[in-house]
Every structure is written in C-alpha cells, then in structure tokens.
Ligand binder design. Structure first.
Ligand code: FAD
Length: 408
C-alpha cells in the first residue's frame, strides 16, 4: 500500500483518488478551498454537461493529439461510463450530450463525494499546496498549513481559468519545479473581442449564424449555431469552439478574422447571390422600405445597426439604393469580417489551452516521464476540448488512468 497525495479535489482529482483507493492505497486529497468541485458545480450553466456519446479526437486540441488516443479510447470510455453508473449517476442524454437526470451539476459532485466518503478517503480542506520536493524517493508537500509526506503524488490542480474556483495556475509552477515544460497557457472556450466601434449598439442580440475562421487569410474551420453579440464583440458556443485556435493564433501574432454569415439558411456563398435574392424579394413584396423588407428576416436591432453603419436611411426603398450600397449591405449580412483583437481574460474562459505536453507523460498511466511516482491529470495538461462534455470527459478519463495504474 502506497501513501498517495492527490493535489486538488476537482473533477479529475476526485476520480483519481477513488480509483487509487480502490486500488488498495492510502489516499489523501489536499484541497486549497473549503470545498471540493467548485468548478464542477458550475459546469454546463449549472446543469453539468459531463460527457459526450461521440468522444472523437477531433473535438480536442493538443500539440500531441496522437498520444491522446491512449487516454480517450473506446475501452477507457466504456470503463468510465460504467464507473459513473456504478456510483449511481443517472444520465440524461440529449443529442449525445450527457447531463445528470436532475439537470444539476452539483449531483455529479455529490455522487463522487458519496463514493469518497464510502471509501474513507481523507480530504484535507483549506490546504493550498505551495511547493513539492522529492527527497530519497519521498515527496515532501508544503502547504499553507503544514507539510505532508507521500510515496506518490497526483497533481490535479486544473488550469488558470475561472481562478475564483481555486484553479489559479499554481500547478504549472509545481510542474516546472520538476523540469516539466509548459506550453503557453491561453484562455479557451472564451468570448472574442473585435476592433469595430459599433458593438455597443448590437449588444444583447442573439441570432443563428455561420462562422468561418481565417488565419492570415487562410481558411481554418467553421462553426454553426447561435451567436451572442456583446458590447465588446461575440460570444456563444460556436464562438467558444473557435476560440482556442484563435487564442493560439493571436499568441503567434497571426491575423485572426471570423467571417460571419447572418443569413446562413439562404445557403449563399457571396454578396452578389444575396443581392439578386433581394432584387427578387423587392419585386415581389412591392413598395416596402428597406427596413420593412427585412421584416421577419433578421433581428430589427441588428438591421438598424447595419443600416446606420453603412449610412443608409431605413425609410429608403431597395431600388433607390446605389449598387455599391446594395453590395455593401449584402456583404455585411453574409460576410461580415469580425477582426479579432483579443480573447476575453482567464476570468471568463471555461478552459485553457496549453499546459504540460502529453509527450512528457506516459499517457497510458498519466505518470510523469521525468519524475517517477509523480502523476498529472486533467486540465493542467495540454489538452482542451470543445463544448459538449469533452473537458470533463478528459478530466474523468485521465483521473481514472492515474488512479488505476498507480502501483506499489
Ligand atoms: C463556467 C464553466 C463551465 C464549464 N462547463 C463545462 C461543461 O459543461 N462540460 C465540460 O466538459 N467542461 C466544462 N467546463 C470545464 C471543466 O469544468 C474543467 O475542464 C474541469 O473541471 C477540469 O478538471 P480538473 O480536475 O483538471 O480541474 P478543476 O476541476 O479546476 O479542479 C482543480 C482543483 O484543484 C484545486 N487546487 C488548485 N491548486 C491547488 C493547490 N495548489 N493546492 C490545493 N488545491 C489546489 C482547486 O481548488 C480545484 O478544486 C466548464 C468550466 C467552466 C469554468
């Protein structure tokens, strides 16, 4: 039986502790907060989207995506699903997204803590780990309230996102002290800020769009869904799903532009096609002002913003517009270029991109390749997933592997 300290009682730490204890070890969780799973309980807008039925690797970003397969694979997915069933979590699966049937993220935390209690795993609250040293095969763990000794350590301290939940980024320093590299840590699943001056006027609008990301004028990726227009730029799941790539690009001084199509249901590729469509619409629905021509097509407020920006009077008629005015309007509607200036801060980012490279970890056991008996799980590693349960999914799977493979 080995004495194991798990640093951090978040999503991955709780699962790692359970598997390590079931594996016959003496397990203690050192948690900086006065409670475990503070971030877990706010996931999925409080509903806890904890897994996905399609865990394909292309929903993840990592510099070593090939190694991720050792963690996210059908065998491990089956095991973790079985684990959650076994500890009593009832899933409600909507379009492949797993939620607890209670629709409350706090239920996930509860079922994990019930198992922790049943297994008699010790949790030491309000103990923030500030340093870890390895001497004579033993780890000496310094906290703000005294030291702990362990044979093996699992670092599950999370990233730097939503630091008020306890993940302040201190884990990266602990890893650096053991000569681990840290791939630059950047906000991901986060809102984007842009350069235009009129965003205050479109703030509050939600509408369905198609987004195409271009990096240095090269097409990268597209997303469809509901966007939220804010006073600084854009938000919403489809924006979040591009944000990790945008953050990495901005970090390398690349020009990141998101082309927004506000009328994706028309399936037009360019402004000329939309112009022709409006010509026909204005012929069929006669004697309407330009504003009236947009009735039911798009949010009024958004139409007014675009007309104001282009200095087109809303009481004008379509056929009174110049060709240039028509084209500029159609271009704005179908191919508005949102030039990204920065992402929102870590305080608002659901996850972080970057962290410890998977190449420095044995991805079958989560043990460090640099330090024997030291393990890493969860978001501290260089893996970030899209929205849809992928980040918690990675936290559970990596936690399970660490706990399960820890040997005497
Ligand atoms: C608002 C929001 C919504 C989200 N929604 C979803 C979702 O619906 N689906 C999804 O898959 N993912 C979601 N995520 C992401 C997901 O919550 C994280 O990826 C996941 O919690 C990471 O797990 P972790 O164990 O690595 O870290 P965390 O869950 O952050 O846990 C880290 C723990 O370590 C503790 N700690 C940190 N440093 C120390 C230290 N030095 N000493 C002691 N303790 C320490 C912290 O207090 C914390 O308890 C969301 C995130 C946010 C912020």
């Amino acid at each position: 039986m080995a004495k194991i300290c798990v640093i951090g009682g978040g999503a991955s730490g709780l699962v790692a502790a359970i598997f390590a204890k079931r594996n016959g070890h003496d397990v203690t969780i050192l948690e900086g907060n006065n409670e475990c799973g503070k971030k877990l309980q706010i996931t999925g807008n409080g509903r806890g989207n904890y897994f996905n039925s399609n865990m394909a690797l292309n929903y993840y970003n990592s510099q070593n995506i090939d190694l991720l397969e050792n963690i996210v694979n059908p065998e491990n997915i089956a095991k973790i699903n079985n684990f959650f069933k076994e500890i009593g979590l009832v899933a409600n699966i909507k379009d492949g997204y797993y939620y607890p049937n209670s629709n409350q993220a706090i239920s996930i935390k509860s079922v994990l803590l019930n198992e922790i209690k049943y297994l008699n795993i010790k949790i030491v609250y309000n103990h923030l780990v500030t340093n870890i040293k390895k001497d004579n095969n033993l780890f000496c763990i310094t906290t703000n309230q005294g030291d702990f000794i362990a044979d093996k350590v699992i670092i599950a301290t999370g990233s730097k996102s939503y630091p008020k939940t306890g993940s302040t980024g201190i884990g990266y320093d602990l890893a650096k002290n053991f000569n681990h590299t840290i791939i630059p840590v950047l906000p991901a699943l986060v809102q984007l800020k842009g350069q235009d001056s009129f965003y205050k006027e479109w703030s509050g609008i939600r509408t369905t769009v198609n987004l195409k990301l271009y990096e240095n004028n090269q097409y990268i990726k597209q997303e469809n869904g509901e966007i939220q227009l804010t006073d600084y730029g854009i938000s919403g799941i489809c924006v979040y799903n591009l944000s990790s790539l945008v953050a990495r690009g901005l970090y390398k001084n690349k020009r990141e532009v998101i082309h927004i199509n506000f009328l994706p249901f028309l399936n037009f590729d360019n402004a000329m096609e939309l112009l022709d469509w409006f010509e026909k619409r204005a012929t069929v629905i006669k004697n309407r002002t330009i504003s009236e021509l947009f009735d039911s097509l798009l949010n009024y407020k958004l139409v007014n913003v675009f007309l104001k920006v282009l200095k087109i009077a809303k009481n004008k008629h379509w056929f009174d517009l110049t060709k240039n005015e028509k084209l500029s309007l159609c271009k704005m509607l179908i191919d508005y270029e949102f030039i990204v200036t920065e992402t929102n801060s870590f305080d608002h980012a659901q996850v972080c991109s970057g962290g410890i490279p998977l190449s420095e970890i044995n991805t079958k056991t989560m043990e460090s390749l640099k330090v024997k008996n030291l393990y890493f799980t969860g978001e501290i590693l260089d893996v970030d997933g899209q929205c849809g349960g992928y980040n918690l999914g990675f936290a559970w799977l990596s936690g399970m592997l660490a706990g399960e493979n820890i040997n005497d």
